[in-house]
Design a protein around this ligand. Structure first.
Ligand code: ZN
Length: 305
């Protein structure tokens, strides 16, 4: 009943995210096992026995189906590993691709969330493929996700800056560094070719104005949950909660955050994020933040079913 969500993503069980030189081998491995052809855009798991649209048959033959006050479905958390396919994202000082870090970390977080039994989990991609930013938003909306988390490890101009940070949507940026980051992230759609329209600042302002106040509060609540759960264990930027016009965060009804787990432009962050143990710790902190988000605060009822 449960699709294997990991497919090609499970090709990184070791500590090391594959360096660019290992890509050919990885692709061949995936192709030889049929994973590339069989992969789908999204994978939902931990969903089977709680999903509202799948009523279980009654225990006794001939008994009427119980319809109505069935147990509420678990909230669906949509994880969005940044970049993918022809878009590598940032490339680290020693050659690590952001897209691989994002996918490996999201896969680990999906595993932890699923193991908790508290959520349904889906990923916008579970293999190395390109998805336009609008497409990521549409996938989350199509699944009626209760929470959307985009996972990244971008690069900054200043290689000395290290630490995690979390971003929410607004038409204006909280600071110049975040404005540059959002511009670079939004530029990812250039990999999709000329068909994908550019998003002007005016369009972004209109989009962010469509986000409901409840969604905005939910996003802010999730951002503060991430900051407090990261705080003790994982280094944070000085002002770790920031905002700008990130296109991928524009869902009107789904509280959305973008988490920078660290920066590929910093060699210590890059080295740490290459380690499965560190990614497990980051995922653990994010799981704690998600638990806190759903246990309290505003915005948690949006799209809950
Ligand atoms: Zn990124």
């Amino acid at each position: 009943m449960i699709d294997n969500p990991f497919g090609a993503a499970a090709a990184t069980p070791s500590d090391d995210v594959p360096a660019p030189s290992a890509l050919g081998r990885r692709t061949l491995l995936a192709a030889s096992t049929g994973l590339l052809g069989a992969s789908v855009t999204t994978s939902v798991f931990a969903a089977t026995h709680h999903h509202a649209t799948r009523l279980s048959p009654p225990h006794a033959l001939g008994a009427p189906a119980i319809v109505g006050r069935a147990s509420a479905p678990l909230p669906l958390v949509m994880l969005d590993p940044g970049h993918g396919g022809k878009d590598p994202g940032a490339i680290g000082v020693s050659g690590t691709y952001e897209k691989h870090i994002a996918e490996a970390a999201a896969t680990e977080l999906a595993r932890q969330l699923q193991a908790s039994g508290r959520y349904r989990v889906a990923m916008t991609r579970s293999d190395d493929r390109f998805i336009p930013l609008d497409g990521r938003v549409e996938i989350a909306q199509g699944h009626r996700a209760a929470l959307f988390i985009s996972m990244h490890a971008d690069a900054l101009h200043d290689p000395s800056v290290r630490g995690a940070s979390v971003y929410t949507l607004s038409s204006g940026a909280s600071d110049a560094q975040t404005a540059a980051l959002a511009q670079k992230e939004n530029d990812a759609d250039r990999f999709g070719g000329p068909r994908v329209h550019a998003t002007s600042p005016e369009v972004q302002a209109i989009l962010s104005s469509l986000v409901t106040e409840e969604t905005r509060r939910g996003s802010a609540h999730m951002a503060s949950s991430v900051v407090s759960s990261f705080g003790p264990k994982i280094g944070l930027l000085t002002h770790p909660s920031r905002h700008a016009a990130f296109v991928v965060l524009k869902s009107a009804e789904i509280p959305s955050v973008l988490v920078e787990m660290g920066f590929m432009s910093n060699h210590l962050d890059e080295a740490a994020l290459r380690q499965a143990g560190h990614r497990m710790m980051v995922a653990g902190a994010m799981r704690t933040a998600i638990d806190h988000y759903f246990a309290s605060g505003p915005g948690v009822t949006a799209y809950a079913g």
